[in-house]
Design a protein around this ligand. Structure first.
Ligand SMILES: Nc1nc2c(ncn2[C@@H]2O[C@H](COP(=O)(O)OP(=O)(O)OP(=O)(O)O)[C@@H](O)[C@H]2O)c(=O)[nH]1
Ligand SMILES: [Mg+2]
Length: 384
């Protein structure tokens, strides 16, 4: 017979989530989020002193002050990378006891694109689950910026558990091209804010049926690198119907088409104490009609007194569902047991730091970085 020992309340603590904004647009985005919700743990990292000084946020890391002299990387990815390597100890300090790290960045410049792959590696080494929200550049920014963003994305993918790409282009309709560029970027910030608030509410608020860290963990570890995100918010009599409609034709889910072929979905609803069972049912039934039958599906409902007569939904969608390279059970055990060491037989398939080659240029051939091991570049799974 197994004895079940009730865990000591002091040994159980809520998973700690840290949001880190990297590069100028990432730093600005988290400063805005901080204004909206000061409860978040947030840090902004940039190479640009002017940007950091303008932010109303307490925790900032000025990366690579001796390398860029506070003037930003000027679009140089290598300088961005070197700058965070140089200040990696400040980053490690911020990552202590962090279970979920959410990185926010706009790819295409030098700092965010160079720094995020390094930070994801450091965070994974520290045992955190890493979700990266990456804004992808507009077409008008040109091919060079697009290439920088794509190459950075490949590097991030070798370390991050999951990436949500937020295509700036997709956030703006062709019929909408007259909007000021600042407003277009604001949309991108808002999507990131909604994603982060949504995930945070799922983890931090009391739920009638909760989504816990293990569920988010499974989703992020199995989504094969990329997942998609949509959110909707409504109030009034018809709020449930409006939310179901919005999600089912959401532009970040390819006007809802992505739901029909999804492999995994997490749905998180937040409502007030007046939330009705019929409202939950309506949303779930409408969405289930659209989703494949054999999908990995998890949903939760969080209650927040601030949501009286209001309902909000966040949906994370995985198009693919694959076993992660590093055993997810072990990683969960790491969270519950204060990061258990790797078990024998488990392959720590992660590239290590470059050691004394840190400041050496990457070896790029046919657009491939030959310093990244072939099994990662080609997405080959090694047998355990
Ligand atoms: N959401 C949002 N995206 C922005 C904003 N400004 C720029 N971007 C996007 O983010 C990408 C990177 O720009 P920055 O964040 O300014 O670049 P950086 O990482 O600071 O890099 P350097 O300034 O070159 O050192 C750009 O290519 C744009 O697509 C902004 O205010 N908001
Ligand atoms: Mg900058």
């Amino acid at each position: 017979m197994t004895d079940h020992v009730k865990p000591d309340a002091q040994t159980i603590s809520a998973p700690r989530m840290l949001v880190m904004g990297v590069g100028s647009s990432g730093a600005r985005a988290v400063a805005e989020m901080h204004q909206q919700n000061p409860e978040f743990d947030m840090v902004a990292i940039d190479t640009d002193t002017k940007v950091l000084d303008s932010l109303a946020i307490d925790h900032v890391i000025h990366a690579g002050a001796t390398i860029t002299r506070g003037l930003s990387s000027g679009g140089d990815v290598e300088l961005g990378r070197q700058s965070v390597e140089k200040d990696s100890s400040s980053i490690r300090k911020q990552l202590r006891r962090v279970d979920l790290l959410v990185l926010v960045t706009g790819l295409g410049g030098g700092t965010g694109s160079g720094a995020v792959p390094v930070i994801t590696r450091i965070a994974r080494e520290a045992g955190a689950l890493v979700l990266t929200l990456a804004g992808m550049p507009f077409k008008f920014e040109g091919k060079k910026v697009a290439r920088i963003a794509d190459e950075s994305l490949k590097r991030i993918r070798t370390h991050a558990d999951a990436i949500i790409r937020i295509s700036n282009e997709r956030l703006v309709d062709r019929s909408d091209l007259d909007i000021p560029v600042e407003q277009a970027f604001e949309r991108s910030h808002q999507v990131m804010t909604d994603a982060i608030f949504g995930v945070w509410r799922m983890l931090a608020k009391n739920g009638v049926c909760g989504l816990d860290f293990a569920c988010i963990h499974t989703m992020l570890r199995n989504c094969d690198g990329f997942c998609h995100f949509a959110s909707a918010d409504s109030s009034g009599e018809k709020k449930a119907e409006i939310i179901a409609e919005e999600i089912m034709k959401h532009r970040l889910l390819n006007k809802g088409k992505m739901l029909g072929s999804a492999a995994g979905v997490v749905i998180g609803l937040t409502g007030g104490h007046d939330l009705k069972l019929s409202e939950i049912e309506l949303i779930m039934e409408r969405l289930r009609e659209k989703l494949p039958e054999d999908i990995w599906l998890n949903f939760g409902v969080a209650l927040d007194p601030g949501f009286k007569d209001r309902l909000s939904a966040v949906v994370l969608v995985a198009e693919q569902w694959k076993e992660p390279l590093v055993d997810s059970v072990n990683r969960q055990m790491g969270f519950f047991n204060n990061r258990a060491p790797l078990a024998q037989g488990e392959l720590p398939l992660e590239t290590e730091g470059k050691g004394r080659f840190t400041y050496v240029d990457p070896t790029i051939h046919n657009n491939q970085d030959l310093d990244v091991p072939a099994y990662i570049r080609r997405d080959i799974k090694l047998p355990r």
